[in-house]
Design a protein around this ligand. Structure first.
Ligand SMILES: [Zn+2]
Length: 59
């Protein structure tokens, strides 16, 4: 089960690709590739920008 790397919520996760997920709570997308998770902000116009908040302290 995949959980959000930002808020750790599992129920707000939607799958949008083979390894790509969306969190409704954070309005972020994240891509899980092997053991690496890359998080993107979803801008109001739909573009993705890299989520710059360091993840180490929340995990
Ligand atoms: Zn989240």
């Amino acid at each position: 089960m995949t959980s959000c790397p930002v808020c750790s919520n599992k129920r707000a996760i939607g799958k949008v690709g083979s390894a790509q997920y969306f969190c409704w709570d954070c309005c972020i997308e994240f891509v899980v590739r092997d053991e690496e998770t890359t998080v993107f902000n979803v801008e109001p116009d739909g573009t993705l920008t890299l989520y710059l908040e360091p993840l180490d302290h929340v995990m």
